[in-house]
Ligand binder design. Structure first.
Ligand code: AHR
Length: 723
């Protein structure tokens, strides 16, 4: 397994070279730029990120906690609706099994699924691709290895030592809102051989060399047992201990024990487990077992370093959070309830993420999102629950009086984040470690409210919320989550989501926001989710080429489009980790990588420009079958540079000529960045993370008029100095 330890900066090989200027050809694709004609201004927040708990984005992803089911409250490994679901009308009308799952097994070759993958629909939800052998229900599985409530935990027994582990719920209300704990009873231990319990982590506990981990657990002994208890990170077979620490004795009252575990040697592996064992006989209880590696900026309860560093390479200007469907849930009780996701993690009750079918530890709560924004210098875009959840069978019931509690919840959330310390909620934020108000300017009301089933109450709900929020916070920017709104709606921006597939004409979306397709009477556009869905689990080069084309259309129409962000950004690539195909960044416990689309955003955000320039292209090559352009381009500038961006979506090489007017001098030397591959099916992966990455070089031979070669399947940025 290769580790992703090389930064993009070091990948960007600065080659000094000469650009071979082919002879000017009047028949070649040629862009004429009027550098003195600005058609619109680009929002500096043009390229950002969107995030939610999906694909193990936080638990098993960005949130650095390594223990899975740390509070023994994870209800099941995979989703099983608790009651049979009433049949829902479906276009395909497939039969539904008793668990409420519609399953269609398709020919993998035909649909390009990997062997064993199936597409299925959970309740009313979108079709998703799952690994068949990972869709199962613990209570019907004859090979079940976990005991109820002890998912991801298993016994450790060595020599003659024996252990009985069981889910228990002895009183622990003095320190937590959680009810569950694990009872551990050791017998036959002889002072040398050990017994206890181990946790698998999220597809393994990552072992890093020379790293200090922080472990903690709560424990309470039954009379007659006082320890010792040893915690360790060790190989899955128990033969190699990478780090360990021991508490010599424990008492009969609940107490938190904190230890550090330091690895020494050069091993890097995710084939490791976390053990908590004793060499003494007796009974004790444990709860809230936690293990953290060093986190980004050393924040307690913080975020995974490598993923933060990877994201920083993209220069994201904003973060839209906490969803996505995760904001809503399938029922109001499973929405993102921010008040239950602040303060000490022991006091967060956790919840079932029924949007994406796994339990959420809620260690990644409201303040962790805001800290993430601060750490990467991103503008937060806070999505608040608008009264629509995913199973609104006959329209949202939350209107008028019924919506008021959620409006209050949003008001309090904003006060919590931005209020002075003399306000009720601002004081609580200070108590939780952030006396300074967070910076917050953007509020989105709901997520994809056009999905409201059998009803359209969004305009009413939006305006009811907007009127109250706007009065309390007049300077915020308010975003509507749906275009399906009537003309009573007052909004600063509308969030448009754009998921594309190549075979469904993704290239046409380059023109989605052109004036002839999109009236300028529309509110400004925030593309709060987009992706070309090609390549699994992360997008391939084809996805990146089409994403680039789409983004250039957005830039060109920046009089309308204010901001864009890909979705979803994260996925844990292990089997069972991915609920949504085609993501931006993949990882396992020890390494991570960016998809080619990740590098498109990185290239474009670093070369955004401030002003959109007037330009036109002659001799544009058109695909005779699809009618779409083979080359898509855009030109912007700031005070120092002109940025020419061009995408060649085909396997053919194309000449590309640029004629810049309305400017004094254009330097002959330019910084050229190219992302390309031999096939558009090429991609990056956990085992080959740097296969498709941009190459940057300083090249001579440019000027006001130049010809350049667009290589097959390439995204190009030419940064030209000018006066
Ligand atoms: O990005 C995945 C999902 O797509 C989001 O949760 C939802 O908003 C959209 O339908």
């Amino acid at each position: 397994m290769k580790l992703r330890i090389i930064s993009l900066a070091s990948l960007a090989v600065m080659v000094f070279g000469f650009h071979s200027c082919a002879r000017w050809d009047d028949g070649a694709p040629t862009v004429t730029v009027a550098a003195d004609e600005v058609t619109s201004e680009l929002n500096p927040l043009f390229y950002g990120l969107m995030t939610e708990e999906i694909n193990y984005s936080y638990d098993g992803g960005l949130y650095a906690e390594l223990i899975r089911n740390r509070a023994f409250d994870s209800p099941a490994i995979y989703y099983r609706p608790p009651v049979p679901i009433n049949p829902v009308v479906s276009k395909q009308d497939e039969p539904m099994d008793e668990a409420g799952i519609r399953k269609i097994v398709r020919n993998p070759e035909q649909l390009d699924f990997l062997p064993g993958q199936i597409e299925m629909r959970l309740k009313n939800h979108n079709y998703q691709v799952y690994q068949e052998n990972h869709v199962y229900y613990p209570d019907t599985d004859p090979n079940l290895q976990y005991q109820e409530g002890l998912y991801y935990w298993n016994p450790v027994m060595e020599g003659d030592a024996k252990v009985k582990i069981a889910l228990d719920n002895i009183d622990q209300s003095s320190w937590t809102v959680m009810k569950n704990n694990a009872r551990i009873e050791i017998s036959n231990a002889d002072g040398k051989s050990r017994a206890g319990i181990y946790n698998e982590g999220y597809w393994g506990i990552p072992v890093w060399p020379n790293t200090t981990y922080r472990a903690s657990f709560y424990a309470k002994a039954a009379p007659g047992f006082d320890g010792p208890i040893t915690v360790a990170i060790e190989s899955n077979d128990g033969s190699t201990s990478y780090a360990s620490a021991t508490v010599s004795s424990i008492g009969t009252e609940w107490k938190k024990y904190e230890l550090t575990l330091a690895t020494a040697d050069a091993t890097v592996t995710d084939k490791a487990r976390f053990t908590l064992t004793s060499t003494a006989n007796g009974k004790f209880w444990i709860s809230f077992v936690s293990l953290f590696p060093p986190t980004y900026n050393d924040r307690p309860n913080g975020l995974r370093k490598d993923l933060m560093e990877l994201m920083a390479e993209m220069h994201p200007a904003f973060l839209r959070f906490p969803g996505g469907n995760y904001v809503q849930g399938h029922a109001p009780e499973t929405r993102f309830e921010w008040k239950k996701m602040i303060g000490p993690v022991e006091m967060r009750p956790t919840h079932y993420n029924d949007s994406w079918h796994y339990h959420s530890s809620d260690g990644m709560g409201l303040m962790e999102f805001m800290d993430w924004c601060e750490d990467l210098g991103m503008e937060p875009i806070l999505v608040v629950f608008s009264g629509m959840y995913l199973d609104t069978e006959s329209g949202s019931p939350f209107l008028g009086k019924n919506l008021e509690p959620f409006i209050e919840e949003a008001l309090e959330e904003i006060e919590f984040l931005t209020g002075d310390t003399d306000t009720k909620w601002g004081a609580l934020r200070a108590q939780y470690g952030h006396p300074e108000p967070y910076k917050l300017k953007y509020i989105e009301i709901g997520n994809e409210d056009f999905h409201e089933r059998r009803g359209n109450t969004y305009s009413l709900r939006y305006m009811q919320m907007y009127n109250v929020l706007k009065k309390a916070y007049p300077d915020m920017v308010y975003i509507a989550s749906s275009r399906v709104i009537d003309d009573t709606v007052i909004t600063d921006m509308v969030d448009v989501h754009q998921y594309m597939r190549v075979e469904q004409g993704a290239l046409a979306e380059n023109h989605r926001f052109d004036p002839e397709n999109y009236p300028r009477t529309s509110p400004k556009i925030f593309v709060g989710e987009y992706a070309t869905r090609e390549g699994r689990p992360t997008t391939n080069l084809q996805g990146a080429l089409y994403d680039a084309s789409y983004l250039l259309g957005c830039e060109r129409n920046s009089d309308l489009v204010e901001m864009t962000c890909f979705a979803p950004i994260f996925c844990n690539v292990n089997l069972g980790g991915v609920q949504w195909e085609c993501n931006l960044m993949g990882y396992n416990a020890v390494s991570c990588y960016g998809a080619p689309s990740f590098y498109v955003q990185s290239m474009f955000s670093k070369n955004l420009g401030v002003h959109q320039l007037s330009s036109k292209m002659l001799n544009t090559p058109i695909d005779s079958e699809t009618g779409f352009e083979d080359i898509i381009y855009n030109v912007t500038k700031d005070d120092e540079f002109i940025y020419v961006k061009a995408v060649n979506v085909t396997g053919k090489e194309y000449p590309f000529q640029v004629d810049i007017k309305g400017v004094g001098i254009v330097d002959s030397k330019a910084v050229v960045t190219v992302l390309k591959g031999d096939s558009d099916q090429e991609t990056n992966s956990i085992d080959n993370p740097l296969n498709i990455v941009p190459q940057e070089s300083v090249v001579n031979g440019f000027g006001k008029r130049f010809s350049y070669t667009l290589e097959p399947y390439s995204v190009n940025v030419i940064k030209l100095g000018y006066k």
